[in-house]
Design a binder for this molecule. Structure first.
Ligand SMILES: [Zn+2]
Length: 59
């Protein structure tokens, strides 16, 4: 598998990793998760910063 993943334990505390073929896809999936799971219609900048830091290439 190639792409990117973000361990959300570092972002919102969930035991879940967002994955995607591009970092943009990881961000989009995490924003959808934040909206559905955490009722965040707008993801706070602090969360986005944590997310950007958590994204890394997936093996
Ligand atoms: Zn979460």
């Amino acid at each position: 598998m190639t792409g990117y993943s973000a361990d959300l334990a570092q972002v919102c505390g969930c035991q879940w990793a967002a994955t995607g073929t591009t970092s943009d896809e990881v961000v989009a999936k995490t924003k959808a998760h934040a909206k559905e799971t955490h009722q965040m219609n707008e993801v706070p900048a602090a969360i986005v910063q944590k997310l950007q830091a958590a994204i890394r290439p997936a093996m």
